[in-house]
Design a protein around this ligand. Sequence first.
Ligand code: PLP
Length: 433
Amino acid sequence: MSFVSHLEGAIDGVRLPADTLQTTHEDRPILVRYDLAAARSAVTKDALADRPHDMWRLRELLPVRPDAEIVSLGETATPLIPCPRLGEALGVPNLLIKDESRLPTGSFKARGMAMAVTMAKALGVRRVAVPTAGNAGGALAAYAARAGLECFVFMPEDTPAVNRAEAALFGARAFLVNGLITDCGAVVRQGAERFGWFDMSTLKEPYRIEGKKTMGLELAEQLGWRLPDAIFYPTGGGTGLIGMWKAFKELAGIGWLDGATGETPVPPSMARGETPIPSVKMFSCQSTGCAPIARAFEAGERFAEPWENAATVASGLRVPRAVGDFLILDAVRESGGAALAAEEARLGEWMRLATATEGVSLCPEAAACVGALRSAADAGRVGRDETVVIFNTGAVQKYTEAIGAPLPRLDRERVDWSAIEKTIGTGQPAPMQ
Ligand SMILES: *Cc1c(COP(=O)(O)O)cnc(C)c1O
């Protein structure tokens, strides 16, 4: 058995049965709940030493039953890279980047889709579909291929070229829709009734979030079972941020976030039946081109109004309306963080600052985190001595439209050495004002 106790409607806490196919409840997300006391007595931190370093590592806090086939492409633990020079430029020298670009299909979407496809297959699904603004389509196509499921992908016409190509390349039936991701979502919804495919949209089934939760489990372990002071996370649909906050609560719930090794005593909160609040500020980062969550945060609202005319090169952030808006905003507020919008026009500059200063393959979505961190540091929301983690959710190589740079040409017969000489000593990125 797994340690799943039940599923829960996130909007009203209603209990729903696990082990049957679930979608949403009251058009809002469904969350997986665990018997944390049982999970706690089934595993120790030391027992993890013998397990592979991948997303399936802490299986006591995952929904997969031990007899289920895991659909995997090798979801390796991703590195946590110290970035002191970029950190210094932003005013927080203790900066780390968790580099999710290493995962299958080049983005953290792999974690969510590996888990959702594993669960869907175990529950008898044969055909899956997803709307996507970027990386979700390729990730689902790859895992569906791996699982032998039929896959349908619907994306806006202006989806980045690599994302358009990869969905088809991995065997999905892929279609372009003249609209936004919300319009693609409507096609998937209607098709679910017509063709009986299972809707894998963000937060329209309970398990993608459990896959993304593993980012939080992994980060805590990499930091010696402590949390950083602040996390900057690029937010579109919000599964990553909601998933991590859930991971931290579950780890705190089993008493694992004290930095100690070995046996952990029963946490006092568990004895009292309370959920402890993990101590890490969660920052939800968007672009001024599409910032419904940041706007709702500013306005003090729990639900976010849809964003009109959403436009950003950070395709993963182009989500005008998130079904899990209240879960994102609750997590941000409960943690003492904030939802911030970084200037769309400066995403390219921040992306290049990070890639050229530290060599990390930083995607435009994560560039919004760099901008948001800069303004949070300026506003005193994070202190100079604090440890900050930015999540790099995807590989910059997938964004050919956003990274195109015209290169000077050389004639092989008569090399213009002065043109080369002029560039010597100019390789450092411009300091930020
Ligand atoms: C999908 C995506 C996001 C947004 O993810 P959510 O967790 O759904 O908010 C951020 N960055 C990249 C690269 C993405 O593909």
